[in-house]
Design a protein around this ligand. Structure first.
Ligand code: MLT
Length: 324
């Protein structure tokens, strides 16, 4: 009898060691983090800063792959339909996770019930930015000019369902000008190049990619659509200060994996993201670009999942009815 108990104990101990080994083995090869927009845009910038530090914690390279198209939904579809083993994850955002489901009826992924959130990587305030020599001098003039020139003004965005499209759709709704001449890009990185060279008039973009250009005075920013000014751009007024108080919207970027990713793998990714966001070097780079650092709750899968759902519930009715 004693022998049998000992035998059982040994078998259980071996099984536990085996599963602990399997857990501690992840990751055994590089991890692909899909960025669903072109290089040089806000999602790409955040993914590269955070991914570089996550690589150190995970002991494997986090490789950024830009898979642009269809407002970010092409890349997110690729990531969320991959094998759920932790080797393909995605950096998505307010657009791909909360807005796109309302704008693409046949979408092949479900951020609320069919995805494993990892955590929020950063809040990204929205700015209304324009080419440097665009006629309106401030937000009030911009509003009047756009209303008077709907057939002439060119707006850039990163595709239906993207953050730039979503946030400018809300802006146009408030101005009562649902449709302008829109130019769709594979990301706001390339759109910003055209804004700097004066080929388009304006866009609504996340602070992280435009902050440097605003500081360098190569483009102008009319206002930031947040309750407070950003420490990264203290001279840019809030929409409330500049005369359009009802235009308030916060964007964000965060990491997700396919549904069914094993818990121990999710835990490693959550831990690596948390460590990246606590790293002083990472924090400084993100803060300098105007990123809002996520709270302890928002860094968790549950906190990030709740944020995705909250914003999807908030945006869906307006976006579903918006002109595409
Ligand atoms: C990008 O990285 O290009 C942006 O996040 C696009 C957008 O959603 O506006």
């Amino acid at each position: 009898m004693k022998k049998l108990v000992l035998g059982l104990a040994t078998t259980v101990a071996l099984a536990l060691t085996g599963s602990a080994q399997a857990q501690s083995k992840y990751p055994e090869k590089p991890i692909t983090m899909i960025v669903p927009f072109a290089a040089g845009g806000p999602t790409d910038i955040i993914a590269r800063i955070v991914g570089e530090n996550m690589s150190k914690t995970l002991g494997q390279q986090v490789v950024i792959e830009n898979v642009a198209g269809a407002g970010g939904t092409t890349g997110i579809t690729r990531a969320l339909t991959a094998t759920p083993d932790g080797y393909t994850i995605a950096m998505g955002h307010l657009g791909t996770f909360s807005a796109a489901p309302a704008t693409y009826p046949g979408l092949k992924y479900d951020p609320i019930n069919g995805m494993q959130p990892i955590g929020l990587a950063g809040g990204t305030p929205i700015l209304i930015v324009a080419r440097k020599n665009f006629e309106p001098k401030d937000l009030k003039e911009f509003v009047a000019y756009v209303k008077a020139n709907t057939d002439k003004v060119n707006e850039a965005h990163a595709g239906v369902g993207s953050v730039s499209w979503t946030t400018c759709t809300l802006l146009k709704g408030q101005l009562g000008v649902p449709k302008l001449n829109a130019v769709a890009y594979r990301g706001t990185g390339p759109a910003l190049n055209d804004l700097v060279s004066g080929q388009i008039d304006f866009m609504c973009d996340q602070i992280v990619s435009v902050a440097e250009q605003v500081k360098a005075d190569t483009i102008k920013a009319y206002a930031i659509a947040s309750a407070e000014r950003s420490p990264a751009l203290p001279n840019v007024p809030t929409t409330k200060e500049a005369g359009l108080p009802e235009y308030q919207i916060e964007a964000w970027n965060g990491i997700a994996a396919p549904k069914g990713t094993p818990k121990e793998v999710v835990d490693r990714l959550v831990d690596a993201l948390d460590k990246a966001l606590k790293d002083e070097g990472v924090k400084k780079r993100l803060l300098d670009l105007g990123t809002v650092m996520p709270s302890a709750t928002e860094r968790t899968p549950a906190g990030f999942g709740a944020l995705i759902k909250r914003d999807a519930d908030k945006l869906s009715p307006t976006l579903a009815a918006a002109p595409k």
